[in-house]
Design a protein around this ligand. Structure first.
Ligand code: NDP
Length: 396
């Protein structure tokens, strides 16, 4: 029987727990663990079948090892925070268990996203006969698989890839983040970066803007950001000449962010306050609405996809593949809004690929290294269908 351990009871963990509980033919026994056990218990009560719940501090390898040895899962699905990637990978190696996550490792003291520290585990996972699947969310995750599908079915050569991430949802607050505020603000306030002709080019944060008309959402301003899936995609598809990532933001969000930055509230270095050290961004997180509480208030849709140009049979071609997801429909099914849903469903699908041996290998892998077709079939069945078009304009 396939036993899984899900770590992290936030918005994404909630969706993974729902999808796992809904699909007993893939996920046998489920253990749901997080730093705060009561959060697992609260979600567990809503699930269609019983799951075991536990407390674990995933920053501590011995605690993780003890839990994994007790549960004896085939796979650990890590949907806590990116700070825990390496400790959980260490614990998986120590116990001989496969690993999956949705976000690349970040050090708490440095806003830097890169796969290097996790790719360094490749040989150890390979020697142990274990598989680690990195970035099985939407972006990274489904976007990587979209690019793999494009290459497999539609292009002899891909020249440019633009990843377009639009959240057209409205939660009614002047400022809130749709997933962990600390992780979200670190990502958005970092310098932009895109890849062209073999090198990375830096841009000032949120300084490059375009407007794009998103299906079922409408025209939105989107900004060039650095995003982690580009690092693995340019490695695995070296033919791509230019790769960029774009995310939409509303004016209210940007104005608040600018003010918070200007007054120092997004800093991640410690400052002294009334005799003790605090990290301004962590304090800000305590003030902002919990992303998990946005579910019932959020209306509208997300639209995330990949716009790819290249050549097929000596003819230039433009290809656009995307998913549209409705916040209220996600909430009705799982009690979570679409940003958590679009991450949690692919995490569960990636886990299903591993548990069923459809995607297999020894070592550390990114999503685009496997056959995209079975993943896209299942992700459609479990709630995230995709649309593909061949636009007759080249540029976004
Ligand atoms: P949340 O902040 O809502 O939830 C994180 C959960 O992890 C919380 O329950 C928290 O516990 C728990 N946690 C934090 N630290 C520890 C620890 N040391 N040990 C055990 N549990 C811990 O985050 P989300 O659910 O929104 O996001 C989860 C992950 O998904 C993140 O890594 C995020 O970066 C990633 N993500 C990926 C996306 C993609 O498309 N690839 C998109 C969105 C998110 P507590 O409540 O006690 O603090």
């Amino acid at each position: 029987m396939n036993r899984v351990l899900i770590i992290g009871a936030g918005g994404v963990g909630r969706v993974v727990a729902f999808k796992a509980a809904q699909n007993p033919e893939v996920f046998g026994e489920i253990t749901f663990a997080s730093r705060t056990k009561s959060k697992c218990d609260a979600i567990a009560q809503e699930l269609p079948r019983p799951v075991r719940t536990e407390a674990v501090d995933a920053d501590k390898v011995p605690e993780l090892v003890a839990l994994i040895n007790d549960v004896k899962p085939q796979l650990v699905i890590h949907v806590a925070l990116p700070y825990q990637d390496l400790t959980i990978m260490d614990a998986c190696l120590a116990t001989g268990v496969h690993y999956l996550d949705t976000a690349n490792y970040e050090h708490p003291d440095e806003a830097k996203f890169c796969y290097g520290p996790q790719w360094e585990y490749h040989d150890r996972f390979q020697k142990a006969g274990l598989m680690a699947l990195l970035g099985s969310g939407f972006d990274p995750g489904v976007t990587n698989v979209y690019v793999a599908r494009a290459k497999k079915h539609h292009f002899d050569r891909m020249d440019t890839v633009d990843i377009l991430d639009c959240n057209g949802g409205d939660h009614g607050y002047p400022f809130a983040t749709n997933f962990n505020p600390e992780i979200n603000i670190r990502e958005v306030s970092a310098k932009g970066r895109y890849y062209e002709n073999g090198t990375w080019h830096e841009t000032e944060p949120l300084s490059v803007k375009k407007t794009f008309d998103f299906a079922e959402v409408g025209p939105k301003d989107m900004y060039l950001l650095y995003h982690e899936e580009m690092e693995s995609l340019v490695k695995h598809f070296p033919e791509v000449r230019r790769m960029r990532f774009w995310m939409t933001f509303g004016q209210s969000y940007l104005t608040h962010l600018r003010v918070l930055e200007n007054v120092g509230m997004t800093r991640i270095d410690p400052v002294m306050f009334e005799g003790r050290e605090i990290i301004p961004l962590q304090f800000l997180k305590a003030l902002l609405p919990d992303p998990a509480s946005l579910g019932p208030r959020t209306v509208g849709k997300t639209n995330i996809g990949c716009w790819i140009r290249g050549v097929k049979d000596d003819q230039p071609r433009t290809y656009y593949i995307y998913n549209v997801c409705d916040h209220q429909e996600c909430y009705a099914e799982t009690g979570a809004q679409a940003v958590s849903y679009t991450t949690g469903v692919p995490a569960a699908v990636g886990a299903a690929m591993m548990l069923q041996g459809i995607w297999h290998g020894h070592g550390v892998f990114n999503m685009e290294q496997f056959d995209p077709d079975p993943f896209l079939d299942l992700v459609t069945k479990w709630g995230l269908p995709w649309v593909e078009t061949f636009p007759d304009v080249d540029e976004i």
